[in-house]
Design a protein around this ligand. Sequence first.
Ligand SMILES: C[S@@+](CC[C@H](N)C(=O)[O-])C[C@H]1O[C@@H](n2cnc3c(N)ncnc32)[C@H](O)[C@@H]1O
Length: 248
Amino acid sequence: MIPQWDELFRRQGAVRYEEMHAILARSWEECHRVLVDGGILAVNVGDAMRTTEGEFRLWPNHADVTFACRRIGFRPLPYILWKKPTNRPNAFLGSGFLPPNAYVTLDCEFILLFRKGSIRQFPRSDPGRYQSRFTKAERDHWFSQVWEDVRGVRQRSADGRSGAFPPEIPERLIRMFSVTGDTVLDPFAGTGTTLWAAARLGRRAIGVEIDGERAAELTRRLAAMDPGARRPPAPASPGGRPPRRRRA
Ligand SMILES: C[S@@+](CC[C@H](N)C(=O)[O-])C[C@H]1O[C@@H](n2cnc3c(N)ncnc32)[C@H](O)[C@@H]1O
């Protein structure tokens, strides 16, 4: 649905939208298999707009992921809408000022949340759980449905766009839905933002990455990762040169 991933899905045998979701569903199934009872699956996904066979339409990835996860046995929970701050608030598509052929701007991504089974049980006064406590201000902020304060990440990796999300996204989710000492799994590891955030927050982490070159780059980056740093190291840029800094 996003041209950047077309070839990757083609290599996994998917050309059509439904086939892509069938491939993704295999990963959700594995997540369900390995999660502890009461464990949480968080899926950051955006819907896609594409013109196919001359017709513009929305491809509702969030609905199809939710449907697949329900079928697998996950319980859907209230989700988060990640509305990235934009410098172009009035960007819209379609036909100017005449109804009915203009389109609503697609400016939110979803963070879908699912639980395996019933709420997770802990021994009374579990130290890992109490160590992982968040503040009232953090709770009020993080557990509101629309996140409007997290900017997207400038896309760059050895082979072009990486699809990386900013560290604030996995950091919040890890603090909201796991406790110190837990193991966090990212089945789509990419540049390793989740793995870095998990290490920084005293969790163990496992990443799965299907693309050999990305996995090799990730292994190199993991060796250089400093969980004490405030941000993960920048991915290599095309040609191995360090990414140019943007002026503030
Ligand atoms: C959107 S990126 C994830 C980026 C990551 N969140 C980050 O911050 O860097 C999706 C990643 O999933 C990988 N991928 C796609 N299909 C996969 C599959 N079936 N199994 C494992 N990884 C897959 C892609 O190669 C890509 O690196």
